[in-house]
Design a protein around this ligand. Structure first.
Ligand SMILES: [Zn+2]
Length: 296
């Protein structure tokens, strides 16, 4: 097991934007851990094991923790989560609908992000109202952990933690819009990385008070469709059971680190158009890799 800090990904995205990278430049998270280089498109990792991540199934569940947040009660949080995943599920690919569907498994009791190799699992959305436990991500609004097989690039589990110490909102006036944040994080949940396309939900900037990230851009749709092309027989997503079964309860102490942080704070002094208009949600990516010995 290893943890990568992908601050370099931000710099790469910034460089690409400065070079006016055109739309259609979506990026996918890969398994590459060492000796990775970035291709001319500004995001594609090229390396000995640069396989793009994706869920191996066509039906994946998510769950909102039963306590939700003091800012956002469970019902509103669940509605925001459904809308966030729904936006991706509704992505209109050129040859049909997205080949991945989602099921809401309802409120769960486990408030930890974890993947259990021999026990039940859940893909949780949990709020951290009391304290944000990531000292290195003090300004983060959310953090997504994606656990995957380093050999096959199969995603095993994904968990989203939302920083409830921030002004997370679901209505007017909009602060840090939960649905917008979750739509971006859901992109990471699917295996997408940050896009250099400034119109994309996966662009690593968020305008506080804005709901624009709720709606996918063409670049987001292209990325999702590349990862999950339409299937001949879409099916009805009747079974979204996580790997090793579903469990509402935590099984083991949490391990691993997050994969994406929507971070508030000053923006880097780069050539971002309209940077002064943003109140500042910069982004960092960290991701956890599942060791080969624990990958089965
Ligand atoms: Zn992100």
């Amino acid at each position: 097991m290893r943890t990568d800090h992908l601050a370099l990904a931000i710099a790469a995205a910034a460089t690409s934007l400065a070079l006016a990278t055109p739309a259609g430049a979506f990026c996918r998270t890969t398994t590459c851990t060492e000796n990775c280089t970035v291709a001319a498109d500004g995001c594609t990792e090229v390396g000995p094991h640069a396989l793009a991540l994706s869920w191996p199934s066509t039906c994946v569940s998510f769950d909102v923790h039963q306590d939700a947040s003091s800012h956002v009660p469970w019902g509103a949080a669940d509605t925001a989560a459904r809308a966030a995943f729904g936006a991706w599920e509704a992505a209109a690919c050129t040859t049909g609908t997205l080949g991945l569907k989602f099921q809401d498994y309802g409120p769960i009791t486990c408030a930890q992000h974890e993947y259990n190799a021999g026990q039940g699992n859940a893909n949780v959305i949990v709020f951290r109202d009391e304290t944000w436990p990531y000292a290195g991500e003090a300004n983060a609004l959310a953090l997504t952990t994606v656990t995957f097989n380093v050999d096959t690039a199969e995603i095993y589990d994904a968990d989203i933690e939302v920083n409830g110490t921030a002004n997370i909102t679901t209505g007017m006036p909009v602060g840090y819009d939960l649905q917008a944040i979750l739509t971006h994080e859901a992109g990471h949940f699917l295996g997408l990385a940050h896009s250099p396309d400034a119109t994309a939900t996966m662009f690593p900037r968020y305008l506080a008070g804005s709901t624009s990230l709720r709606s996918l851009a063409a670049d987001d749709v292209a990325g999702a469709c590349a990862a999950y092309p339409p299937r001949a027989e879409p099916g009805d997503c009747s079974d979204a059971t996580p790997r090793h079964g579903f469990s509402s309860e935590c099984a083991v102490p949490p391990t691993g680190k997050g994969s994406c942080a929507l971070r508030s704070g000053p923006l880097p002094a780069t050539g971002w158009v309209g940077v002064s208009l943003l109140s500042g949600l910069a982004l960092a990516v960290r991701r956890r890799r599942q060791g080969r010995s624990r990958a089965s």
